[in-house]
Design a protein around this ligand. Structure first.
Ligand SMILES: [Zn+2]
Length: 248
């Protein structure tokens, strides 16, 4: 993996972690953990509780920070509430062409599940609609998934799920409308090819995304993975709640 190491080195030069705050951009003490300045660490709304999973909590996700639609997930974890500071860091990561932030965010996400007794066999990132991924140049969930998989020492199966169509923003829709909107939008690559699902069968899967808003997207991904034989699906995101930016 010499090429990988060289590439990592190049990214480190372009996006030096630990010199500028990943959130506000202020210069920070290089010894600070997490690439965040002290003020941002204090002001980000860190989430200690697990997101409600395995049930519909029915409330407005934007108010509680808890997504409503996580029925198919066994457990779900988020580092922080989606509010002004986490919004700004995710905007930089997704739209500001700063893929190097994956390392700082991935580290925070790994820390979030430390001691939670999760033993995933695989990491699967929430896929983007391919034309959209091509336009952006990367899938932010995949970059996070790779960091997390490397930290856990398990494979990251970035091609396991396919997003077959564009789905658009969903925060203004009802729970039923969101489900209708996403029905059939995610499928496993193996099923699309008409084959078996040997790589997912019986596996504990950690689904990774940058943000969960209503939870419908993550839930539909989990449903597709379970239908392909996965034993259980847990979710890990950086931020949760809020109206989101819609449709990944
Ligand atoms: Zn900061």
């Amino acid at each position: 993996m010499v090429l990988g190491a060289l590439l990592d080195g190049a990214l480190e030069l372009l996006y030096p972690a630990g010199i500028y705050c990943a959130c506000c951009g202020d210069a920070i003490d290089p010894d600070m953990p997490y690439s965040l300045c002290g003020r941002c660490v204090r002001e980000i709304c860190w989430m200690k509780e697990e997101l409600a999973a395995g049930e519909a909590c029915g409330g407005l996700s934007g108010l509680s920070g808890r997504p409503a639609d996580l029925r198919s997930l066994r457990r779900a974890f988020s580092c922080a509430r989606y509010e002004s500071r986490t919004r700004s860091v995710l905007k930089k990561f997704k739209y500001g062409r700063q893929p190097g932030l994956a390392r700082a965010l991935g580290r925070l996400m790994l820390e979030r599940i430390e001691g939670q007794d999760l033993t995933p066999d695989l990491v699967v990132p929430v896929p983007m609609y391919l034309p959209k991924e091509r336009a952006r140049g990367y899938n932010q969930a995949e970059l996070l998934g790779r960091e997390i998989a490397a930290g856990l020492g398990v494979p990251c199966l970035s091609g396991a799920l396919v997003r077959s169509r564009k789905t658009g923003a969903m925060s203004a829709l009802s729970a039923d409308e969101r489900r209708m909107n996403l029905r059939g939008a995610f499928e496993t690559r193996e099923r699309l090819r008409g084959g078996g699902s040997s790589s997912l069968s019986g596996k504990q899967i950690l689904l990774v995304d940058d943000i969960v808003t209503t939870g419908t997207t993550a839930d539909e991904c989990a449903r597709a993975l379970l239908a392909a034989g996965a034993a259980a699906v847990d979710l890990l995101v950086f931020a949760s709640g809020g109206a989101g930016d819609g449709g990944n």
